[in-house]
Design a protein around this ligand. Structure first.
Ligand code: AMP
Length: 190
């Protein structure tokens, strides 16, 4: 694989999933959402699904080793040859370190990390609305939203510092319409 890896960071409710789809379509690279892959596994009641269901239902993170194995398999598939966009991975510093090791094994050096920045009060409001409109996600009620936000702040937010130190991070203002945010993201992609 010689392509570009785009890592999209951002708290739950930041619009990360929506932007991930738009950006990956625009660049014609696969959109890899670990959350989506695992929700699918749960609905299929596969072996992976059985292992991860309780974490997804409670809004806590699935163990690193499991998610890293999943990503490793996914990145080795042929459709990732031109690169891919990662949505929801890495989520912990350990996952980020293991991803670094994996990408350097694969000789991939073109990595960009985009962090969608949205204030907490706006996030909770957005997730509430998503819950009311019935997205069908079991983790979309307000209590769960707050829980997922707390998990994000504690375990995932430190990744911004990790990638900033490496000179890979760009912060993107996540306020505004889908189109506005999309333009900001596209403008940052090399
Ligand atoms: P998401 O769709 O990205 O919000 O993910 C939904 C849920 O899947 C999360 O609340 C976690 O339980 C799990 N999950 C997704 N990605 C990861 C990851 N990289 N590490 C651990 N758990 C994850």
């Amino acid at each position: 694989m010689s392509g570009k890896i785009i890592i999209l960071l951002g708290p739950p409710g930041a619009g990360k999933g929506t932007q991930a789809i738009k950006v990956s379509q625009g660049l014609n690279i696969p959109h890899i959402s670990t959350g989506e892959i695992m929700r699918q596994a749960v609905s299929e009641e596969s072996e992976l699904g059985k292992k991860v269901k309780s974490y997804l239902d409670s809004g806590t993170l699935v163990p690193d080793a499991l998610v890293v194995d999943l990503i490793k398999d996914r990145l080795n598939r042929s459709d990732c040859e031109k690169g891919c966009l990662l949505d929801g991975f890495p989520r912990t510093l350990e996952q980020a370190r293991q991803l670094d090791a994996l990408l350097s094994e694969m000789a991939i050096t073109d990595i960009q990390v985009l962090d969608l920045v949205v204030p907490d009060d706006v996030l909770v409001e957005r997730i509430k609305k998503r819950g009311e409109s019935g997205s069908g996600r079991s983790d979309d009620n307000v209590e769960m939203a707050k829980k997922r936000l707390a998990v994000y702040r504690e375990q995932t937010a430190p990744l911004a510092g990790y990638y900033r130190q490496k000179g890979l991070l760009k912060e993107i203002n996540g306020l505004g319409t889908i189109e506005e945010v999309n333009h900001r993201i596209v403008a940052e992609i090399r």
